[in-house]
Design a protein around this ligand. Structure first.
Ligand SMILES: C[S@@+](CC[C@H](N)C(=O)[O-])C[C@H]1O[C@@H](n2cnc3c(N)ncnc32)[C@H](O)[C@@H]1O
Length: 206
């Protein structure tokens, strides 16, 4: 895929912005230059997301998925939440550049997102759970916290790094989770379109 095609279809942080110049380590996270594997993960994730209502992106990082979600789904109200203010600033920069009215970023955590329970049609939590050290013993509790944000019929979209299948990626999140760790979610649906570095799956709240 040519970079130009990507530019036309997706929002990203421009290399010329001040934040980019100050924060070069954000390279992969903000897809500059576009990281094709991360882009196809984002595409697969967005295909699963609702078209309307409030969507919380918990652990949104630099907010690239967040702003693209708002851009591709204009009937939604998207809230990006992350504990790291510096990362949220990158998201806000992209937001300012593109002037999206249906998106905002706020400081918070999965445990205390600052969003009223039962108000979301969708919750995204991608590449976050396995970034929490020693999360395995609290995993169910964390997932319940995410499910709590949803209205009945709402969708929780999760992804984790596939540590065993992706030794070539040179990445190792603090906790190596597998799909089996989520067996307590009896109805989870696994998305096979996601590129091989990750597992992407979702559960619809009854
Ligand atoms: C690898 S980034 C994922 C960013 C984005 N969700 C994505 O899919 O590209 C992990 C993010 O999780 C955030 N994080 C870590 N612990 C968290 C917690 N307890 N609650 C919410 N976010 C957390 C980090 O600040 C970081 O921005």
């Amino acid at each position: 895929m040519a970079i130009q095609e990507v530019k036309d279809g997706w929002l990203y942080l421009d290399r010329g912005t001040m934040i980019w110049q100050k924060n070069a380590t954000a390279a992969q996270g903000v897809f500059q230059p576009i990281h094709w594997v991360a882009l196809s993960r984002m595409q697969a994730t967005l295909r699963l997301a609702p078209y309307d209502g409030r969507i919380a992106d918990i652990g949104c990082g630099h907010g690239v998925v967040t702003v693209n979600l708002a851009w591709k789904k204009p009937r939604t109200e998207v809230i990006g939440v992350d504990p790291e203010e510096q990362r949220l600033e990158v998201g806000r920069q992209i937001l300012n550049e593109h002037g999206l009215p249906n998106c905002k970023f706020q400081k918070g955590t999965l445990e205390a997102p600052g969003i009223e329970p039962g108000t979301c049609t969708g919750v995204l939590c991608t590449e976050v759970l396995d970034h929490i050290p020693e999360v395995r013993e609290h995993l169910r509790e964390k997932v319940d916290k995410l499910l709590e944000l949803l209205k009945p019929g709402g969708r929780l979209i999760l992804s984790i790094f596939d540590t065993e299948g992706s030794t070539d990626a040179g990445l190792a999140p603090p906790t190596a989770l597998t799909l089996a760790d989520f067996d307590f979610l009896k109805t989870k649906v696994i998305d096979r379109n996601c590129p091989r570095w990750w597992y992407l799956f979702y559960v619809d709240k009854r």
